[in-house]
Write a protein that binds this ligand. Sequence first.
Ligand code: GLN
Length: 525
Amino acid sequence: MKYIIVTGGVMSGLGKGITAASIGRILKNKGFNVTAIKIDPYINIDAGTMSPYQHGEVFVLKDGGEVDLDLGNYERFLDIELTREHNITTGQVYQTVIEKERRGDYLGKTVQIIPHITNEIKERTRKVAKRSGADICIIEVGGTVGDIESMPFLEAVRQMHSEESKEDIVFIHVTLVPLDAQGEQKTKPTQHSVKELRSLGLQPDVIVARCKEPLHEDTKSKIALFCDVPASAVVSAHDASDIYYVPTMMEKEGLSEYLVQKLKLSPKDNAHEWDVFMKKMASIDREIRVAVVGKYAHLGDSYISINEALKHAGIECRCRVRTDWINAEDFEKKPASIDLLQKYNAILVPGGFGARGTEGKILAIKYAREHNVPYLGLCLGMQLAVIEFARNVVGLKDANSTELAKTEHPVIDLLPEQENIKNMGGTMRLGNYEAILKENSLASKLYGSSTLIERHRHRYEVNPKYIPQIEAKGMKFTGRNDHRMEIAEIPGHKFFFSSQFHPEFRSRPGKPSPPFLAFMKAALD
Ligand code: GLN
């Protein structure tokens, strides 16, 4: 097993996750099987309880793991499927160590950060890496070097460095090279950050410098000199117009060549898929506008996977997707403002929790249905589509979800078996579930199959009691998992497709998610 440890310096938000994912991709393009682990030094056990306001999107894995959004980047860039163990948090590590202590596993010893916590970190990391069956495992240490929280993790990877043979482990440090008022590239923050890293016993092999413009040769030499790395191992990671250009940039900087030598690997060309995708991306000649009507409208990070899925689908159609994030509450405050949806080719309502903004989203769905505008509803976006239909077509005026309001007509509700789960602490239906698709439906057409598997993250369901009434009026539930409705569509509409699952999590560059692709095609039509 080869390990590539990615740390970050100077400040957060440098795009370390994209860097790590891109490094993975250039190695995949050289024929290696690459996996990735994200270490998050926070105390939370997982990202499931974290607000998208604070932390961006919660990414959902096939096994139901609710994880940091960087795992989404890894899955997309590497075209792999990860499991929850690939996101290691301080909370998990301490929980395990404390459980072991209670069981008496430490035989009366004083349990300490070194060696007990660090051993646990190393053990976990190695186990996950080996179990993946990959050739190379990228380990991204979250946070910035110098943070108190990440110390035990940095100490653990330091120990790994002395335990693994030299050709099996590489350290990559991602830093920032800012410009001064004269536009000169400044290396001091990088020098300081590497100094900090060294004080912890870590010497980077490669420095990836985030900067506005490509690093000048003399900036590279200066970093090389001060930080003790060869100039060929100073990589310029300048701003790119799209994240999918980053692997190409790193390849051009000679990074894969450097890593292949350093790790004594034998590469073979495997870049075909990526090249095809890049070519499609370069041949974009159209643009469409999509309105995403949501709650965290001002925060792109809360909907990364949807953004990427739209982009993947757009690129497949050679078109740029201009997405406007519209705050659903604006429609509630000024219902007449719904007309601003006129300028869009398509409307999407994403997943969400809680009542805020839902009436505004329902207005947007009504607009899409009545004006024959392509509509894609994801999770809550399906539940609200059912509510809108029940209210305005079936005539159940106060139809609603019991999550959102008290109602006579709970068309969306907890199923009886979930009531119990809720009382036991409120778990969600998470991860992969199958749906059986109706013949001749839009669903079976766009998936090209009679079944599908997609990822879920929800509690509430379409109430089976109302299905006959709703279907009689023309909304069809064309994907089902037993008594759970997975897809609601309206035949005859230009494109009206909504799912209880989240197809965005499985979309990949070059392999767009079927509903997103069909949505895009309908929008272009
Ligand atoms: N809040 C809804 C539920 O729990 C929808 C969840 C979602 O959109 N992810 O069922």
